[in-house]
Write a protein that binds this ligand. Structure first.
Ligand SMILES: NC(=O)c1ccc[n+]([C@@H]2O[C@H](COP(=O)([O-])OP(=O)(O)OC[C@H]3O[C@@H](n4cnc5c(N)ncnc54)[C@H](O)[C@@H]3O)[C@@H](O)[C@H]2O)c1
Length: 293
């Protein structure tokens, strides 16, 4: 008898809960509604992105994260074997991606590659200009060919790719371009004169591009990383002729007490690519564990 009464009470309570859910959430589970809202905000389902320097480090982490968010990725790099490997990793995790061998300092290769990506995927919504190189030299010991290489890969390539991608974005009624700068685009650093010059150019070029192409619905922003654990950073120890472990320890000396993980930068790129940043353009986001604070 008591059991029957308990059953009855339980049925009555669950009917009341259903009634309240219906009234407040129109029959939807409130947790599902919250999850859907979050996914709607950051999901880039169906979009197409170009990521340069995608075979390694920050580019690779970003290509993977964007692919997880539903983006089809055209990976660009000069390192063919690592680029193909990165593409396979994305595909194995269920993403859609294709590798394109391209030297971003060559206008003809940029043109050909952008055309091939457009033909393959039908549009381009996101361009992450990320490929980069560094030479730890000052004005006195830097050779002219290295000045040209640093400025061409880090700065000129943004112009070259953008000039081929922007007309496609205009046809598609908008897009998001994210340029990878550096903390050294904002302040100077020792023995990296060409890199600092190029990255300073990236920061201000971003503002100029944002002004020019806002009317086309194209947002242009810059992310400025601090020291991130990638082959580029570790390679600096070798260039400077210092012990790698000591170099990495010193690089971690910042308010958040660690070097960055490539994923830390990918999160900022995701924000700049998504609708969460729909009114953000011409800006620079510093992601550096407080290094410039
Ligand atoms: N790692 C850091 O501490 C740090 C800090 C600030 C800014 N950044 C910037 O982040 C970006 C990515 O650097 P990372 O640390 O991931 O380096 P990384 O060396 O891991 O990756 C750079 C990628 O760019 C590719 N690349 C180089 N030249 C190219 C060219 N001409 N054409 C096409 N691809 C080319 C390389 O093959 C490589 O795969 C760079 O622009 C770098 O300046 C890095």
């Amino acid at each position: 008898m008591v059991e029957k009464q308990q059953d009855h009470i339980q049925q009555w309570v669950s009917k009341l809960v259903d009634y309240k859910k219906q009234k407040i959430f129109g029959g939807r589970n409130p947790m599902d509604t919250k999850k859907k809202r979050i996914l709607d905000l950051i999901s880039l389902d169906g979009q197409v992105a170009i990521v340069t320097g995608a075979a390694s480090g920050i580019g690779l982490a970003t290509a993977k994260l964007l692919a997880e968010m539903g983006v089809t990725i055209g990976l660009i790099d000069i390192n063919e074997s690592d680029g193909i490997d990165a593409t396979e990793q994305i595909k194995e995790s269920g993403g859609n991606a294709k590798f394109f061998l391209c030297d971003v300092t060559s206008d003809s290769e940029c043109k050909k590659t952008v055309e091939a990506i457009h033909k393959e995927f039908g549009k381009i919504d996101i361009l992450f200009n990320n490929a980069g190189v560094i030479r730890r030299k000052n004005v006195l010991d830097l050779e002219e060919k290295d000045w040209d290489l640093i400025v061409d890969v880090n700065l000129k390539a943004i112009y070259l790719l953008s000039r081929h991608v922007i007309p496609i974005m205009i046809k598609g009624k908008g897009g998001s371009i994210i340029n990878n700068g550096s903390g050294w685009g904002i302040k100077g650093g020792s023995n990296a004169v060409a890199y600092c010059a190029a990255k300073g150019g990236v920061v201000n070029m971003t503002r100029a591009m944002a002004i020019d192409h806002g009317k086309h619905g194209i947002r242009v922003n810059c992310v400025c990383p601090g020291d991130v654990d990638t082959p580029l950073l570790r390679g600096e120890a070798k260039q400077l002729g210092v012990d790698e472990e000591t170099f990495m320890k010193e690089a971690a000396e910042r308010p958040l007490n660690r070097v960055g993980d490539p994923q830390d930068i990918a999160y900022a790129v995701l924000y700049l690519a998504s609708n969460l940043s729909s009114w953000v353009t011409g800006t620079t986001i510093i992601v550096d564990g407080g290094g410039l604070a």
